[in-house]
Design a protein around this ligand. Structure first.
Ligand code: CA2
Length: 143
């Protein structure tokens, strides 16, 4: 099983500010956490972060025919990007959406996700654990 883990804008800034919302661990710790979660289920993975919408679209397109599952935290693009949703729809790779925070308990502009309709599942408000749950859902079918 080959997984692509995609993180959107500003997630590389984790741990620098807003620890009450996103936790105090940094992006390197998230990468380590994902590596451990993938190892638990014997999955190969690549983790990728970009602040640029088109770069994220390119990465999703490059996964076509090469990757069995995508875990994506599109960050702010969740709420704005038809392009990312269309790319996920185009490649038709099983996708799980993850958010560190519970976006439904935050500002109303975070309540809508363009990605949710093309994702098999969304985990939110679980911090890093959401990525582990997403990996296990894709690899083992665990809810
Ligand atoms: O809860 C999530 O995982 C989000 O996808 C994170 C995004 C936000 O725009 C979404 O609404 C929910 C923000 C990514 C990181 O933002 C930071 C802000 C300050 C300090 C560090 C990271």
């Amino acid at each position: 099983m080959k997984l692509l883990i995609i993180n959107g804008p500003n997630l590389n800034m984790l741990g620098i500010r807003e620890p009450d919302i996103y936790g105090s661990q940094n992006y390197a710790a998230l990468c380590d956490f994902v590596a451990a979660a993938a190892s638990e289920v014997g999955a190969e993975f690549e983790i990728f972060q970009s602040n640029h919408e088109g770069v994220l679209v390119d990465k999703i397109q490059e996964a076509y025919g090469k990757v069995d599952g995508i875990v994506i935290n599109p960050a702010a693009y969740t709420h704005t990007s038809v392009a990312i949703a269309d790319a996920l729809s185009a490649v038709a790779i099983p996708t799980v959406e993850v958010h560190l925070s519970d976006v439904m308990k935050r500002e109303s502009f975070r309540h809508h996700s363009f990605v949710a309709p093309v994702a098999k599942k969304t985990y939110m408000g679980l911090g890093f654990e959401g990525y582990r749950r997403a990996i296990r859902f894709l690899c083992l079918g665990e809810a």
